[in-house]
Ligand binder design. Sequence first.
Ligand code: MG
Length: 223
Amino acid sequence: MNFATEFGPFVRADGVWSQIMCPVDRGQRPRPALFLDRDGVINEDVGYLHHTEEVRLVPGAAEAIAGANRLGFPVVVVTNQGGIGLGYFGWAEFAAVQDRLLELLAAKGAHVDGVFASPYHPRATGPYAHPSHPSRKPNPGMLLAAADWLAIDLGRSWIVGDHARDIESAKKAGLAGGMHVLSGHGGEDGQRESALAFADDGFRVVTGTSIVGALRVLPLYRA
Ligand SMILES: [Mg+2]
């Protein structure tokens, strides 16, 4: 596959998929963003999703993203795709799934401004083997890269995730807060408790049933 276009989709030298759909002047005044985990938040988590026919939106996700679009928040997908490192599928399958997902969102008037995906996994054996790659959540690498590319004020930004590690990555990146949702893996043992444990004076953690609830908190951080 050829990823050599100016703003992507492309895979950077560090192996991270970094796709900017809505390029901005990187020197402009930073604005708050809505970061989204993908599997289990935007689309149903079927486990290492890589078939386009298995892409199904979480109910209300497109409407919530369209709402964030209307409020003027850049929406950035940050997704661990360890299945690539583990050899279950490749970037071509990831790209096809992304195309389908964005098509489903577009049909409901929603768009995302950027997509970042980390192929690393601690149990991978090939080029994407890494015990704790800086781009793989709970590490904040993808969020920090997005902030640079898309002129994002991390301190006024939020994430929505179904895993505690999504919330942890947000805290490490210096976000204002995170919403833990019960879609995807969110209802599994310990996820919610672990997510809530990241809350402190400088970082809010709120809970919701799904991404639909994100529109409750975003207006408070409007630019
Ligand atoms: Mg997830």
